[in-house]
Design a protein around this ligand. Structure first.
Ligand code: HXC
Length: 264
């Protein structure tokens, strides 16, 4: 983030998975815009390193999103220190490429546990200590939620579950003044997700070609939407699945490759 403002002054934010990648960039942006930020992820050394880069008195918690009691303890402590949570992000995720026929039951379960069960944990525990009315909850989903991908059965199933969870929670928690939305980053350059899913130049080219804009997005493209959803800019968006993907979803899984297109 190249600028700061008082957009989120007085807000308390909790970001599960907020110690790396897009989630860390969101944490840094929230802090730069005045929020009191708490981040959580599995490895203590990663938490410490991230906290040092966030600023504005950021707090860090080492806990696994798969452990409900640990998530609840971290979120309760963050709310006790920074005030009821105004912004709750579920961003922890696990991913690897594996054909379904080569995937063990535990491999499938591991990703569903981190992504889907973890999101339930974060939102369920977060609801107890959320600012009501007014809290904004955000899941970091993926295009895999709505289109099947080869080698991603585990991730597709988990992310589809996340988007439906978001809609159900939005429906139930709207009465408490809590909004729940999903951000769907497409191919964002420099992320761990892209490194895992497009590890070589030809796969990178395919990923770019699968977007309408024909290029990768930046982490900041996603950060800007996360800022918008956390701010007072709008208070009427809930249950929305919002893509930041250069138009990738327009083609579903058919991925339009600009290279293969006839000249128009
Ligand atoms: C097949 C695999 C595998 C692989 C692990 N497993 N890696 N199977 N191919 N490459 C299997 C293991 O064999 C084991 O099953 C089971 O999964 C659990 O593995 P563990 O290593 O014990 O699990 P754990 O230590 O909990 O690690 C979880 C993890 C790991 C998901 C496997 O990669 C991780 O911690 N990732 C976190 C970071 C991450 O993935 N970031 C990417 C996020 S990007 P068995 O049967 O052998 O016991 C992202 C964006 C998505 O999510 C969308 C992008 C566009």
């Amino acid at each position: 983030m190249s600028f700061a403002s008082n957009l989120l002054v007085g807000r308390s934010a909790f970001i599960a998975g907020g110690t790396s990648g897009i989630n860390l960039a969101i944490a840094q942006a929230y802090a730069a815009h005045g929020a009191k930020v708490a981040v959580m992820s599995r490895k203590p050394e990663k938490v410490d390193a991230a906290v040092a880069t966030i600023g504005n008195g950021a707090l860090g918690f080492a806990a696994d999103v798969r452990d409900y009691a640990a998530v609840e303890a971290a979120m309760t402590a963050a709310a006790a220190a920074n005030g009821p949570l105004d912004i709750i992000i579920s961003g922890a995720a696990g991913n690897f490429l594996s054909p379904a026929a080569a995937l063990s039951a535990n491999g499938f379960k591991t990703v569903v546990d981190i992504d889907l069960l973890g999101s339930f944990h974060v939102f369920r525990a977060g609801f107890e200590v959320a600012a009501k009315p007014g809290a904004s909850m955000i899941a970091l989903s993926a295009p895999q939620a709505s289109a099947p991908y080869v080698g991603q059965a585990h991730v597709c199933a988990a992310k589809a579950g996340i988007d439906m969870l978001v809609k159900c929670l939005a429906l139930e928690w709207g009465a408490a003044g809590v909004r729940v939305n999903s951000i769907v980053p497409g191919p964002i350059d420099g992320t761990e997700g892209m490194a895992r899913l497009a590890p070589n130049p030809s796969m990178r080219k395919l990923a770019e070609g699968a977007t309408a804009l024909g290029r990768f997005g930046t982490t900041d493209d996603v950060v800007q939407l996360a800022l918008f959803l956390a701010s007072d800019a709008d208070s009427y968006i809930t249950g929305a699945i919002m893509a930041v993907d250069g138009g990738q979803m327009l083609a579903g899984n058919a991925s339009f490759s600009h290279e293969k297109m006839p000249a128009i």
